[in-house]
Design a protein around this ligand. Structure first.
Ligand SMILES: [Mg+2]
Ligand SMILES: [Zn+2]
Length: 183
């Protein structure tokens, strides 16, 4: 049986926004992330990161650097008994590596995750801090996409509301909306 997922943008949602972050030392969890992940997992859903890392296409850092950052995220979550169930990354940028099907707002990363992890996209959710994250969720066909007001969120709040997306303070708020209060 397929499972639901909470798709998560990485920078500005799971970890603090730092432009072209690429070393483990720069990684800091956003507020309330372990609690949000616990609620996702308690509900039986998967927590899946979908992230654009065009710094690789730009030659600013390598795929291995990105892997190390993701390993660091898992390391910071482990003491909380939490984890990310999958990281799906677009390493491209159209100006440097040509068009691709995975750079958000394209839905490629969602489709790859769904295929790999057995996810039912129509019953899944997305949270991001940019308008393109909301569009990626819409393009993939998730049930609901949230703009969080961490990271770049405040910059996109008006447009998100105008286009009918939910706007919430943090990832925890988004998850609570979907899966309720009870443990
Ligand atoms: Mg972001
Ligand atoms: Zn791509």
């Amino acid at each position: 049986m397929k499972r639901s997922a909470f798709f998560l943008d990485r920078d500005g949602v799971v970890i603090r926004q730092v432009s072209y972050l690429h070393t483990p030392e720069q990684v800091e969890l956003e507020t309330g992330v372990p609690e949000a992940l616990r609620r996702i997992h308690d509900s039986g859903a998967l927590a899946v990161v979908v992230t654009n890392q065009s710094g690789v296409a730009r030659g600013m850092f390598t795929r291995e650097d990105v892997e190390k950052v993701h390993a660091r995220i898992q390391e910071l979550l482990a003491p909380h008994g939490e984890r990310i169930d999958g990281f799906f990354t677009c390493f491209h940028h159209p100006d440097f590596t040509g068009p691709c099907a995975c750079r958000k707002p394209a839905p490629g990363l969602f489709l790859e995750a769904a295929e790999t992890l057995g996810i039912d996209i129509p019953s899944s959710f997305m949270a991001g801090d940019k308008f393109s994250d909301l569009e990626s969720g819409r393009n993939a066909g998730v049930r609901q996409s949230f703009l969080v007001l961490t990271g770049y969120g405040p910059k996109y709040a008006d447009r998100a509301r105008e286009e009918g997306f939910a706007v919430v303070q943090t990832l925890s708020d988004a998850v609570r909306t979907c899966f309720g209060e009870e443990r």
